[in-house]
Design a protein around this ligand. Structure first.
Ligand code: GZL
Length: 319
């Protein structure tokens, strides 16, 4: 994990707020500038929807930008929010590094910054007020634990891995968490690992390459998100193999598409990564503007959904 955790609170505990000096007029309409990663996956679409809906419900004026997964576009958007003198800036950093300069500009302009979804790697963590999002290392551990607890075959287990966006916190942490768990049983080996950039198209393309190179040697696919897993499922079927049976598939996010694939018997398990961060972001924005203290880290609560519970759980899914 790239940032130190001074205080980790579960979302269920809500925001621990201790009033401090400097309170903004409670009735002032807040303007929040949000720089989103892009629209690369079902998860991202649900995340954007949650942010826009929650801003409306909270009476917060939202300025929103889509960076098409390019860091330079996010930096441009943050600079434009500084120039427009918004009250609060929030963003989901597409990658962990390269943020010091623009965050120092926001600090110099006295505009508080809230991180959502993904972390940044900075020496000075006073450059942001709080980070609201999942524990990606734990998500990787849960994926690895499900595999060790549920894999039925004997002998060596050859795993191929579809990584998320290179340099992004979820890709780095989900890989580390998964490897931390499977190293307990050396017969589980990652034989190929490559980025699919969190998209269905790239996930399919890379899985085609894995199948060409390794063919029937592949026992398991570990995908850092459901979209890449769904793309890979197409490639596996086009290669004449049965996803979920010939190749066990583990992925992360728990979007509706993953439940549909599990109900069809093509995906074995998905580890939840909750995109509905909008309500907590708006609460944090109001608290910051009111001059209140926030915990440095707010972790979202999440579960694990194997194929066997998919049909029963599907009607409850909100994203
Ligand atoms: C995780 C988020 C990731 C999702 C992907 O919090 O950053 O980005 O797992 C999305 O689906 O593209």
């Amino acid at each position: 994990m790239s940032i130190s955790r001074r205080c980790v609170l579960t979302l269920a505990g809500g925001l621990l707020l201790a009033a401090t000096a400097g309170v903004q007029a409670a009735d002032k309409k807040i303007t929040l500038g949000f720089a989103q990663v892009g629209a690369e996956s079902e998860w991202r679409t649900a995340n954007t929807q949650s942010i826009k809906q929650s801003a409306k419900e909270a009476g917060i004026t939202l300025k929103f930008s889509d960076a098409q997964q390019k860091q330079e576009n996010q930096i441009k958007a943050i600079r434009s929010y500084i120039a427009q003198k918004v009250d609060v800036i929030a963003f989901s950093p597409v990658v962990e590094s390269g943020w010091e300069t623009v965050l120092q500009e926001a600090k110099a302009a006295k505009i508080p910054v809230i991180l959502t979804d993904r972390a940044v790697s900075v020496k000075d963590d006073s450059l942001y007020v709080t980070f609201i999002g999942s524990d990606f290392v734990e998500e990787g551990r849960r994926a690895g634990k499900w595999l060790l607890d549920n894999y039925k075959g004997q002998g060596d287990v050859n795993i191929v891995e579809l990584q998320g966006t290179v340099g992004s916190a979820p890709a780095i942490d989900r890989k580390n968490g998964f490897e931390e768990v499977i190293k307990a049983q050396p017969r589980f080996k990652i034989i190929r690992s490559q980025t699919g950039d969190f998209t269905r198209a790239k996930g399919k393309e890379v899985m085609e390459a894995f199948l060409k190179a390794e063919g029937k040697k592949i026992n398991v696919l570990y995908a850092h998100n459901d979209d890449m897993a769904i793309g890979a499922i197409q490639a596996i079927e086009e290669a004449g193999l049965k996803p979920g049976k010939d190749i066990i598939i583990i992925s992360i996010d728990a979007v509706k598409g993953a439940f549909e694939a599990m109900i069809a018997g093509k995906l074995n398990v998905t580890v939840e990564c909750n995109p509905q961060l909008g309500p907590q972001l708006m609460e944090a924005a109001k608290a910051v503007v009111a001059g209140k203290q926030l915990p440095k880290r707010i972790v979202t609560k999440e579960g694990v959904f194997p194929m066997e519970v998919a049909a029963k759980e599907f009607p409850n899914r909100k994203y």
